[in-house]
Design a protein around this ligand. Structure first.
Ligand SMILES: [Zn+2]
Length: 93
């Protein structure tokens, strides 16, 4: 699930799994799991891993695939291995 910090505009993703349950009284509830561990639901407050700010926007799943420009590159682009050659040949004389 993608998140964006409204303080420093950092964008990151957390994988949440929500489990629905029903108890003996017919009440239903949800258990949120993050990295396999019970966690507070993202709506209860997620803090930015970069600045710690809790003013965080949650995007619907799949949002970033439609807005790939929001995802910071995971690694700097590889340097071009081709050496820069000037296409202009030196005069022979
Ligand atoms: Zn932040």
């Amino acid at each position: 699930m993608p998140f964006e910090c409204r303080h420093c505009w950092h964008v990151w993703q957390e994988d949440y799994v929500v489990r629905h349950f029903e108890n003996d009284h017919g009440n239903t509830g949800e258990i949120w799991l993050r990295r396999g561990l019970p966690a507070a639901p993202p709506s209860a407050g997620v803090s930015c891993p970069q600045c710690g700010c809790q003013d965080v926007t949650m995007f619907p799943d799949g949002y970033l695939s439609r807005h790939p420009e929001l995802i910071p590159p995971a690694e700097p682009p590889a340097p071009d291995a081709t050496p820069l050659l000037t296409p202009v040949r030196k005069p022979l004389y």
